[in-house]
Design a protein around this ligand. Sequence first.
Ligand SMILES: CC(C)(COP(=O)(O)OP(=O)(O)OC[C@H]1O[C@@H](n2cnc3c(N)ncnc32)[C@H](O)[C@@H]1OP(=O)(O)O)[C@@H](O)C(=O)NCCC(=O)NCCS
Length: 280
Amino acid sequence: MSDKPNIVLRKARDEDLDDVVWVESLSTPSLSYVPHVWDMFLNDEDGDWSVEELEGKIMGCGKYSILPDGSAWLETLRVVPEAQGLGLGKRLYEHWLRLSDEKGVKAMRMYTGVKNVVSEGLAKRYGLSLAQTFHGTKMVAAPFEADHGFVRLSDVGEATDLLMPLGEKWGGWMVMNRTYYKWSPELCRWLTENGMVYRDADGNVVVMGARFMKEFQLHIGLFEGDAETCLGFAKSEASARGVNSIHCLYPDHLTGVEEALTGNGFDMEPSPFIVMEINF
Ligand SMILES: CC(C)(COP(=O)(O)OP(=O)(O)OC[C@H]1O[C@@H](n2cnc3c(N)ncnc32)[C@H](O)[C@@H]1OP(=O)(O)O)[C@@H](O)C(=O)NCCC(=O)NCCS
């Protein structure tokens, strides 16, 4: 008899919710959002939401998402501590590489905390390498009113012309819900169609919104112009929307962005994040 663990990888099903929440509660006790994305993940026909059974019991999960630019985003990879080191993570990476091959996907990316050597080592094992290090900031949303003249942009062409050079200035990345997007015309379209691009008559620009959990968090993807005006607008929006917190993550070399955020009441996340990628 083989002593190789019996790992079965299969698509997640509606009835798996409680088991996957259990997996998440043990593998990432300080980061739990599966219940909030469950329907979105389950109904994602372009991507893949899989669970892994070990000897018939769900012990791991992982999500493969296609971002607006056609790249793959690897997320929500969780294996319960008692099943770690047995190959469940590797099985998911092999599945994701096969999916990318089948779909003709040109790049796969993931993020992890700078201290998560296992997650980083696993990604490296499958050919991913460091793309960028990020700093994060956040603040608790509080009642706030700002006199502002921001309007939402609805013209995709106009928004794309405005945002592409600004995206460049922001190091080529935009982050929402710890999903790290590379700036592209397709991203500009997605942001505009989802009502996340704002500008005022003085040329101040704010990109903000959320990929999921919109009722809890507001994510600033980019701001340009007078920082106090832009961040004041974000704070007033957070207050009006009734979210709990506001977040902004940015490439670590953008010290001006960091100073603007910390100077306007945002606190630094305790440690940086890294994004790793492979291009095919
Ligand atoms: C990260 C995680 C998903 C890995 O899953 P796993 O099932 O334990 O991983 P596997 O057994 O399939 O693969 C282990 C691989 O990780 C790498 N690895 C393990 N320990 C490592 C270390 N100390 N340093 C570098 N790489 C390491 C190796 O490549 C190893 O494979 P190898 O020994 O054959 O070379 C799992 O540990 C986990 O759920 N951690 C908590 C949640 C988490 O961090 N999620 C991911 C980012 S949010």
